[in-house]
Design a binder for this molecule. Structure first.
Ligand code: LRH
Ligand code: MN
Ligand code: MN
Length: 430
């Protein structure tokens, strides 16, 4: 197996921190055992946790106004694979890459798959892109794609999604994620029902081309680029479309795609109940689709979402098994560092949710003890599970302190030499 970061360096750095980690781990184990929790079981769950990294997250994102490229940005999907391998090697929990077409230009998929295999990396959901025009494209998506008024444009958008399924099949991916920017900017511009009908017609053709073991994930988003109405505006339109299309079509929740203050954890609960939760795009935001690092602003919200997910696991809810993925834009940080941090923060929310005393919570809920129910959640959230996460990384040959090892490795300076500034191939839009 190729090593993105020399394992000797990781081992050497871990050596310095291992003694203290063992002490902290034992102390936490002791504390958790007082409430009947086995730290070893939690560490095993942390080790089994998997999150996909978006290929486009490896480059500097930028905003509508500017993009300030960093040093050594990946120029193609192969270099993105290398960066994703660094993230996985150090964090131990991101073994999958989620590609975006045609941002990721691939000539030979078997070569790409072999390359990723050589780093021990696999492929998550495949993302289609009919929200931008590409050079040489016959029809423009200016007025929409899957829901466009013109049949020829819809056909072009459908054909692209079918191609994405075929490319994903060659990578051994198991899902297609569809997000469209279709909508309107002016009241009256679009007939809401007819646009949704056209979307559903197009989506049906895509759905019918899914391999048996695939799922189609529809992503809703309230606004941008359409600022008055969006065809798949919210989880309501999303679940309606998913129900209309069939069992293999599910909703994908991007945390940044809701109105401020929306109760996302409750949406998650509803989707779980109706077997329609396909997956997540984790990120954080203060305003709307800011694509900030996961858990950087609202760690409690992220924990409450995982509380719903772990509750579903605990109840062995039928049809439950969402895909977890990051979807962020890194404007001022090294994307590798942001993605490592975010992966750890998402994993942290998962482990904290596992610490929740579910029997106690259930009984407080049944007895309408609002205060103690809330305290039960807070008690779990307030526990610092860092030693569990660090131990999971140590056991999985990752880094106790991933950011420190990454910085010590000089990886970014090296890529700076190997990858002369190109403006990057990543998008300016996430
Ligand atoms: C849209 C979105 C969607 C796209 C990605 C680049 O805002 O979240 O997931 O595919 O950004
Ligand atoms: Mn997204
Ligand atoms: Mn987004």
């Amino acid at each position: 197996m190729k090593e993105a970061i020399p394992s000797a360096l990781i081992a050497e750095q871990n050596e310095k921190l291992a003694r203290d980690l063992h002490k902290d781990y034992d102390a936490l184990g002791e504390k958790l055992s007082r409430t009947g929790l086995d730290i070893e079981q939690l560490t095993a769950r942390a080790q089994a946790f998997e999150l996909a990294v978006p290929s486009w997250g490896a480059g500097t994102g930028g905003t509508r106004f500017a993009r300030f490229p960093g040093v050594g940005e990946p120029r193609n999907i192969f270099e993105k694979v290398e960066d994703c391998a660094v993230i996985h090697q150090l964090s131990g929990c991101t073994p999958l890459i989620s590609p975006h077409f045609p941002w990721d230009q691939v000539e030979d998929f078997s070569e790409l798959k072999q390359y990723a295999d050589s780093y021990g990396m696999g492929w998550g959901s495949v993302n289609s892109n009919t929200f931008q025009d590409q050079p040489g494209q016959t029809h423009s998506y200016k007025y929409g794609s899957l829901s466009h008024t013109a049949e020829a444009v819809r056909e072009q958008a459908v054909a692209h999604n079918l191609a994405c399924i075929e490319w994903g099949r060659q990578l051994d991916s198991k899902a297609l994620t569809v997000w469209v920017g279709d909508g309107s900017n002016h009241p009256g511009q679009q007939h809401f029902q007819r646009a949704f009908e056209r979307y559903l017609d197009s989506a049906r053709t895509i759905y019918s081309a899914l391999p048996d073991d695939w799922e189609m994930h529809i992503e809703h988003k309230m606004f941008e680029p359409a600022f008055y109405s969006t065809v798949i505006q919210d989880w309501g339109s999303n679940i309606l479309a998913a129900m209309e299309l069939g069992d293999k079509c599910k909703s994908l929740v991007d945390l940044g795609h809701h109105a401020p203050n929306v109760n996302i954890e409750m949406i998650v609960s509803r989707l779980i109940q109706f077997k329609k939760l396909g997956g997540f795009h984790f990120n954080d935001s203060k305003y709307g689709d800011d694509d900030l690092d996961s858990g950087s602003l609202h760690p409690y919200q992220q924990f409450l979402i995982f509380n719903e997910l772990v509750d579903a696991e605990y109840r062995q809810q039928d049809g439950f098994g969402p895909d977890y993925m990051l979807d962020q834009s890194h404007n001022v940080t090294d994307p590798i560092e942001s993605l490592i941090n975010s992966a750890v923060e998402v994993q942290r929310s998962y482990i904290k949710a596992l610490v929740v005393d579910r029997e106690a919570l259930n009984s407080y809920q049944e007895n309408n003890d609002a205060l103690m129910a809330s305290n039960t959640l807070k008690a779990a959230f307030n526990i610092d599970v860092s030693p569990i996460l660090a131990m999971a990384r140590l056991r999985g040959k990752g880094a106790i302190d991933p950011i420190a090892v990454y910085r010590a490795s000089g990886y970014r300076a090296e890529t700076g030499k190997k990858r002369p500034a190109s403006g990057g191939s990543s998008s300016g839009i996430v």
